[in-house]
Design a protein around this ligand. Structure first.
Ligand code: IDP
Ligand code: MG
Length: 141
């Protein structure tokens, strides 16, 4: 079990001015933020990031949405980070998300669901490397 995961505060949440509230949830849940930056993905970047979903019916909608505006990308550290972050964000569909989770409280819809979380340790490493260089990953302790 690894101690890193990758998160995105998606364009719907940034547009709705939830960036600060979600950042606060991340800290309150005990994650150490190794790096964070506000970016706007190109369509090509979004297609690369979500290539695992290529061919699925929602792929075009997803990549267009993810490149539609600013998003905050974050490298997070905590013991058992992947599972802990997925517990903090809740189910993919906010209608199914437990109360107190980020998606329950801030998501707009199944597609525009406020945040991303890695699904495995291997993908966490790959996703962090997709957006951050080694020298951007700073440990505070
Ligand atoms: P996850 O983000 O909870 O890991 P995935 O199944 O990996 O969920 O899907 C990636 C993203 O694609 C979701 O977070 C959501 O934004 C979008 N998505 C997934 N399923 C659908 C769908 O059926 N319709 C529209 N968008 C979807
Ligand atoms: Mg996923």
């Amino acid at each position: 079990m690894g101690n890193l995961t990758f998160a995105i505060i998606k364009p719907d949440a940034v547009k709705n001015n939830y960036t600060g509230l979600i950042y606060d949830r991340i800290l309150k849940a005990g994650f150490n933020i190794l790096s964070a930056k506000l970016t706007r993905m190109s369509l090509a970047q979004a297609e690369g990031f979500y290539s695992v979903h290529k061919g699925k019916p929602f792929y075009n909608e997803l990549t267009e949405f993810m490149s539609s505006g600013q998003a905050m990308v974050l490298a997070l550290r905590k013991e058992n980070a992947v599972a802990e972050w997925r517990k903090t964000i809740g189910a993919t569909n906010p209608a199914d998300a437990d109360s107190g989770t980020i998606r329950k409280d801030f998501a707009t819809s199944l597609g525009e669901n406020a945040v991303h979380g890695s699904d495995s340790d291997d993908n966490a490493i790959k996703e962090i490397a997709f957006f951050f260089s080694d020298c951007e990953l700073i440990s505070n302790n």
